[in-house]
Write a new protein. Structure first.
Length: 381
């Protein structure tokens, strides 16, 4: 019997192995690797065929679909061999990186290219506006019909859009937002315009300050760049200044105070609802809830913001600012609001923006020259 060495159980048998003998001839025949030489390995075929990989290539253009397909495939491949899973993971990771880069480039391109109405030309003034020989005499001496009011007051309303800088353009152009503005005062130097602050400053208007350009147009022959010269401290109102190159006609818009406006009074709204430029709608003052706010029944849609609310004599009663959207309140029906023109008469409530070619006392000139309706419309009649 052969005795078991230390470390092996006594009840187990141990059988010694025969020695392996390597001769010098066998060593000489063996190929030893040379130091520094590249190792030659046999080429292993790819465990994933070409055709299923090609199916994923078009998904590079749509990153969310590629990510979803990668997630589904990862779950489906759990039972496959490690080498197959690793090959698919490497391939999908490469596709996801390429798709992410393409998506970033496409996003920058779409954000930078203006998809709204492109201006035919951008200048510092509007020649069509400068060429007008005269402005309407307001307030009218008698109640105007709807036709008379439309033809008289529509020339005082402009298109307005916050200026936007594009990465692939040197000049500023209109943004995707469109609203209205109206002429408050005109002289040989330029035009003082009023609009809603969210039309002038765009998104984030509540915190916007400093210089801001707004693109304005009369609907023909391009756009001009106006400058924000004032923002109301509490209300959704802004003042714009547009230079004038020629022309001598002067104009000052008459206004109606908040105290002179009565519930049931007939009013007219001019604006650009849903891109239907210079549309006129009428209604009544539904309510005067206070805080310089008017509720009106005249239909209002996106594009009316910043537009005027006139009475039957052409006095400016308010400036359109908002409506209750049915998407937020399904039961809401034609609940529209405007800011009273009283806000234009108190200079201390405004944050004036210095700079540009606008006169420093541009708001003061309007306040001192405008005619103010202080009595209800029945008393005027």
């Amino acid at each position: 019997m052969f005795s078991a060495p230390l470390g092996f159980p006594q009840d187990e048998q141990f059988f010694p192995m025969d020695p392996i003998v390597i001769t010098q001839q066998e060593i000489a025949k063996a190929q030893m690797p040379v130091q520094g030489a590249s190792e030659v390995r046999p080429k292993v075929p790819n465990p994933v065929p070409v055709w299923p990989r090609l199916l994923f290539v078009p998904l590079v253009l749509v990153l969310p679909l590629l990510a979803l397909a990668a997630l589904i495939l990862r779950v489906a491949m759990r039972g496959q061999a490690p080498r197959v899973r690793q090959t698919w993971s490497s391939y999908l990771l490469t596709l996801l990186i390429i798709s992410s880069l393409l998506s970033t480039v496409m996003a920058v391109f779409f954000v930078s290219v203006p998809w709204g109405q492109m201006p035919d030309a951008v200048s510092a003034s509007l020649s069509d506006l400068d060429e007008r020989g005269s402005f309407p005499s307001l307030p009218a001496h008698k109640v105007m019909t709807s036709v008379e009011l439309s033809s008289t007051l529509k020339p005082l309303v402009l298109l307005a859009s916050p200026a936007a800088k594009r990465w692939f353009q040197k000049t500023e152009s209109t943004s995707g937002l469109l609203g209205a503005a109206l002429i408050l005062h005109a002289d040989s130097h330029g035009y003082l315009l009023a609009t809603a602050r969210h039309v002038a400053d765009g998104e984030g208007w509540r915190s916007r300050s400093g210089a801001q350009k707004v693109m304005v147009s009369v609907g023909m022959n391009g756009w001009a760049s106006a400058q924000v010269v004032g923002r109301h401290k509490r209300l959704d109102l802004a003042l714009l200044w547009l230079d004038r190159r020629f022309g001598e006609g002067e104009f000052t818009q008459p206004v109606a105070t908040y105290g002179s406006v009565q519930m049931g009074e007939r009013i007219f709204v001019i604006g650009h609802p849903e891109g239907l430029n210079f549309s006129v709608s009428n209604g009544i003052v539904s309510r005067t809830p206070g805080n310089d706010v008017l509720q009106v029944s005249a239909p209002i849609s996106p594009g009316n913001s910043g537009g005027p609310v006139y009475d039957e004599y052409g006095n400016l009663v308010g400036i359109v600012t908002s409506k209750v959207a049915r998407s937020m309140e399904p039961e809401a029906e034609n609940l529209n609001f405007a800011v009273s023109t009283d806000a234009l008469l108190h200079e201390s409530d405004w944050e004036l923006v210095n700079g540009g070619s606008a006169p420093k006392n541009v708001l003061s000139d309007f306040v001192h020259q405008t005619k103010v309706r202080k009595t209800p419309v029945e008393a005027v009649r």
